[in-house]
Design a protein around this ligand. Structure first.
Ligand code: MG
Length: 355
């Protein structure tokens, strides 16, 4: 009996050991995900054509400038930009002010090619100065930093006034250079408090110059500014600093923070002329809607809800993320006579503009 008991204990132990060995071979789920390891049911990533070189716009990129026109660009106030196209490249014009995209971007991968003037003129910050402003606020410095001493946090590819680049990989003036930028926008909560700062990674001419560094707030000359609330997406801007810096081949890939349906939908930022044309009172029978201009965007007071922002997909086509409503402005030239509103769960109709 004693021998049998010992045999039984050993057998049970071995079965248990083998069982656990079998369990270890069972595919486990990936931490934080629903998929078992090596699952063939797991959807594969979308196919993207990368183009022939790493400077080419991949097939899923938004091409912002390819040498043909400035259709995607406006002056800071939304009017026509004074920058020029010369020999298929975009050139900063002294006194024309910043040029910005019509469309807003948040998290993104950005490719920019630039060329500082030759022969070089001026010294320090006065030589080939421009800048790439993510969200119009966070500057990646553009400067002729080839044999041109200036303060470290203001040289080419510096996060202006905050982070010098790890190395100086600037090419000589007159040569084309590249920025490949990975930008994570800051996050704000519903009370407009900062939840997470912006982070940025930059390759200049293919060489890493910033590795996921924190941006401390909007970049300024000689001063530090704290973060202040802004929308999830804002236009990208290029700086006019008085030097004829040239740009070409600018493209961006949106990397939205959320997977919701509107994440990739365009958000255009118009100037006052367009916003003023849309703003007003609209009526349909006893129903009245007011569309107002607030802080560079439009707000609507859809009946029964709090005032909320309208987003622009094109000049006439706007939408709400708050109530799943589509707004189609009826336009004759730049004049607005009515707005057709449709809601996902039931159409509404056309509202006449009464003032
Ligand atoms: Mg600059």
């Amino acid at each position: 009996m004693k021998t049998a008991s010992v045999f039984c204990i050993i057998a049970c132990f071995m079965i248990g050991f083998m069982g656990s060995a079998v369990a270890q071979k069972t595919p486990s789920t990936v931490p934080g995900q629903d998929w078992r390891i090596h699952s063939w049911e797991r959807p594969t990533p979308p196919v993207v054509d990368p183009g022939e070189t790493t400077n080419d716009a991949p097939s899923d990129a938004i091409v912002l400038f390819d040498g043909d026109d400035l259709d995607n660009w406006v002056a800071s106030d939304g009017s026509e930009s004074g920058w020029i196209i010369r020999d298929g490249v975009m050139e900063s014009v002294k006194g024309a002010g910043y040029i910005r995209t019509l469309r807003g971007f948040g998290d993104c991968q950005l490719h920019v090619e630039f060329r500082t003037p030759t022969p070089p003129e001026g010294t320090s910050q006065g030589r080939g100065n421009s800048g790439v402003f993510l969200m119009g606020r966070y500057e990646v410095q553009v400067l002729d930093s080839y044999n041109n001493r200036t303060y470290a946090d203001g040289q080419c590819s510096a996060i202006y006034g905050q982070h010098p680049p790890q190395v100086n990989v600037s090419r000589a003036p007159g040569q084309w250079q590249t920025y490949d930028i990975l930008f994570k926008a800051p996050r704000f909560d519903r009370d407009e408090n900062l939840v997470s700062p912006a982070y940025i990674t930059i390759f200049q001419n293919g060489v890493l110059v910033h590795n996921n560094v924190e941006i401390y707030g909007p970049t300024n000359w000689c001063s530090r500014s704290p973060y202040s609330w802004h929308p999830e997406k804002l236009p990208l801007a290029l700086q006019d600093h008085g030097n004829p810096v040239r740009y070409r081949n600018i493209w961006v890939r949106e990397l939205p923070a959320t997977g919701n349906a509107d994440a990739y939908r365009p958000e255009l930022f118009w100037g006052d002329e367009v916003l003023d044309a849309m703003a007003g009172t609209y009526k349909r029978g006893n129903h009245e809607i007011k569309i107002t201009k607030k802080g560079g965007v439009l707000e609507t007071n859809y009946p029964g809800s709090a005032p909320h922002r309208l987003y622009s997909e094109s000049k006439s086509r706007w939408y709400s993320k708050f109530v799943n409503a589509e707004y189609e402005f009826v336009m004759d030239g730049d004049e607005v006579s009515a707005v057709k509103i449709s809601v996902t769960n039931g159409g509404w109709g056309e509202y006449e503009k009464v003032d």
